[in-house]
Design a protein around this ligand. Structure first.
Ligand code: F0G
Length: 459
């Protein structure tokens, strides 16, 4: 028989204590932080779900790789190990190391971007959008309609709307679209996967108009595992084979190794086009470093190479995806509205539906984020009108499309009992939601205000 209990596919060799605080202490700590969990000391957080980026636990073999790192400026043997690990999955000709995902984006879009250019994606991540817009180009989201309906369940809510893509190319002109991107999984849309069929169809459209297709591949292994679970014809393929097929439709990829390469820092740009690669490498040398280390130490390259081997392990992915799903399903059973179904790396609470009496001007997501910390020392992040709200000419808030609270799960860091604890605290916050109040902003920076804004609870 196949046991029902899914266990963590690792033993723990080294532990890091977490610090317990009382509710009274947290009340003071949160007040001192201006009711903004970004401003808390990490040491005052019990379970940190701010991000799944750079927060993974490395394996014994990755730590061994750290000692093996070859720190030669040029031609480091760690680079060749890294290059071959990336090549095994992507089969791309040029592998360019960068210090993290946004550095790969910065280089790529500095070369291909500029005024009058358009870059379609299912949904651009913030840094991708910012790097595109910084060049004067436009970043466009063409997500499938179902992906915009948080309460509806579907297998591949990260898909690109293929009809819209073709219409978009015809409207803007193929000559103004230097490349098309697909983000796997779709972080900004709830960590939802993209199907192989969708990638294939996007490729066919791109090919017809001679537009290169790029993957934003941060969470490629999680996406590949969803394909194995949900898409017909992939059940008997290995995750590595599925990932290889995903990349086979792409002409390039940007990657934040801080996610699915299970490391704390790193990234890369992978390309097939020789001329584009030459231009990117030139920029790399100016901004990151020599092409055989990019913005990384040799030891970091070793850790990425090993992490890429480990992340396609199906026992790991089963534990990973099922524990996020377990968290999501349990809180849904308790009545908590989330983006359905649970995503690969995070659960997104729908604050608009959870706190219908707190209007966007009073930041319902922030209210939940604060209460999660006060109740259980949990740090989550508001993705709503604090993060994306703008003001009109009269200083009135233009709210974000959705009011969400993201709880991103670091990889291999927390165990089943941590997840059970999270469920207990989230349900307690939900069941006592009547007492939750809105917040007002008392200080904000002119840009990216969510990082440093200060708040006060409303009476
Ligand atoms: N693309 C996606 C889809 C991402 O989620 C991220 C980072 C990046 C690119 C940029 O990578 O951080 O290495 O420069 N996402 C993190 C998050 C920050 O919390 O979702 P980076």
């Amino acid at each position: 028989m196949k046991p029902k209990t899914i266990i963590e596919p690792f033993k723990i060799k080294s532990v890091e204590p977490i610090r317990f605080t009382t509710r009274e202490e947290r009340e003071k700590l949160l007040k001192d932080a201006g009711y903004n969990p970004f401003m808390l000391y990490a040491d005052d957080v019990l379970i940190d779900l701010l991000t799944d980026s750079g927060t993974s636990a490395m394996s014994a073999k990755q730590w061994a790789g750290i000692m093996e790192g070859d720190e030669s400026y040029a031609g480091s043997k760690s680079f060749y190990k890294f290059e071959s690990a990336v090549n095994k999955i992507t089969h791309m000709k040029h592998i360019i190391p960068t210090h993290q995902g946004r550095a790969a984006e910065k280089i790529l879009f500095s070369v291909v971007g500029g005024p009058g250019k358009y870059f379609p994606n299912n949904t651009h991540f913030d840094t991708t959008r910012a790097n595109i817009e910084f060049t004067g180009a436009e970043a466009n989201d063409l997500l499938t309609e179902i992906g915009k309906q948080p309460e509806k369940r579907a297998d591949f809510k990260g898909n690109m709307d293929i009809e819209k893509l073709e219409a978009f190319i015809n409207e803007k002109g193929f000559e103004n679209i230097p490349l098309c991107m697909i983000t796997v999984t779709n972080n900004s849309g709830g960590g939802q996967p993209v199907s192989m069929q969708n990638i294939r169809e996007a490729k066919e459209v791109c090919k017809k108009y001679n537009i290169p297709l790029f993957l934003d591949a941060c969470r490629f292994a999680e996406n590949a595992y969803f394909i194995k679970l949900r898409e017909k014809g992939y059940q008997d393929k290995s995750v590595l084979e599925i990932a290889q097929e995903m990349f086979s439709y792409a002409d390039g990829a940007t990657m934040s190794a801080k996610k699915d390469a299970l490391v704390n820092i790193g990234g890369f740009l992978a390309l097939n086009d020789d001329e584009l690669a030459m231009k990117c490498r030139n920029l790399l040398i100016v901004t990151e470093g020599f092409p055989t280390y990019g913005g990384l130490a040799g030891r970091d390259l070793e850790a990425v190479a090993q992490g890429l081997e480990e992340v396609v392990d199906e026992h790991y992915l089963e534990y990973r995806i099922k524990s996020v799903e377990y968290l999501g399903n349990k809180i849904v059973e308790g009545g908590v509205p989330i983006i359905e179904p649970p995503g690969g790396h995070a659960i997104y609470i729908d604050a608009k539906r959870l706190l219908p009496n707190v209007p966007p001007e009073q930041y319902p997501g922030q209210s939940i984020v604060c209460e999660l910390y006060l109740e259980g020392g949990i740090r989550a992040v508001e993705i709503g009108s604090v993060m994306f709200g703008k003001y009109d000419d009269n200083g009135k808030l233009i709210p974000a499309m959705m009011e969400l609270v993201r709880m991103a799960i670091p990889r291999r860091v927390y165990t089943q009992s941590h997840i059970d604890y999270l469920i207990e605290i989230i349900l307690e916050v939900f069941n006592t939601r009547e007492k939750l109040k809105g917040y007002k902003i008392t200080y904000e920076a002119p840009m990216l205000r969510h990082f440093t804004a200060r708040f006060e609870p409303l009476k």
